[in-house]
Design a protein around this ligand. Structure first.
Ligand code: NI
Length: 202
């Protein structure tokens, strides 16, 4: 995901296949690895409460977003802030108690905002550890497609198609499943194990 470039959905490269592009260049990060410069002066973001497994809202199906209203923008900003605060690589709106089809993802290449995401292609498979902010301190082996294509709308109501492999493919599948009330523990292989938090002082 290094050679990202801005793209508009109907346009395809000469190869006829979209690259692993993001809609925007990742913002510059501070040395702490945070994303302080995502803050906009006029928009104070808030950390939202992350629902944990057992909360019935995590099992409900989320509704499509028809229009990106100021309230949806606020939700997106808060979801990003919450994801970074909790050091997750993805967060879905039902995890903060909102049953709308909105996810945010950042696998380390900058934020992706996906509204009404739909996985339209899955290829290959990968098996690896997966965790979820709604199941804190735990992880387990999950098999996912290794390569997916997802279609979605961004916060500016522009439509995109994105190819993702490996961790990004895993994150896309995981977050999209949240929108249908599914959790990775439903498909985990061999049970959960404890995750020791990484030492933040490096
Ligand atoms: Ni999750």
């Amino acid at each position: 995901m290094q050679n990202c470039q801005k793209q508009h959905p109907p346009e395809r490269g000469p190869e006829g296949k979209m690259q692993n592009c993001q809609k925007q260049h990742p913002p510059e990060r501070d040395p702490e690895g945070g994303m302080r410069n995502y803050h906009k002066e006029e928009n104070i973001m808030a950390i939202r409460n992350v629902r944990v497994e057992g909360d019935p809202i995590l099992r409900k199906k989320s509704r499509e977003v028809r229009e990106v209203t100021p309230k949806i923008r606020e939700l997106i900003d808060d979801m990003l802030e919450t994801m970074y605060e909790k050091e997750g690589v993805g967060l879905a709106a039902p995890q903060v108690g909102i049953l709308k089809r909105v996810v945010v993802i950042d696998i380390g290449d900058g934020p992706l905002v996906m509204i009404n995401p739909r996985v339209v292609r899955e290829e290959g498979s990968q098996t690896g550890d997966e965790g979820c902010l709604s199941i804190p301190g735990k992880a387990g082996q999950v098999t996912r497609p290794n390569d997916v294509t997802v279609r979605y709308m961004d916060e500016n109501e522009e439509y995109y198609e994105l190819d993702g492999t490996e961790l990004l493919a895993r994150a896309i599948c995981h977050e999209c499943e949240h929108l249908d009330g599914k959790l990775y523990v439903d498909i985990v292989e061999g049970g959960l194990h404890d995750v020791v938090p990484e030492d933040e002082e490096e």
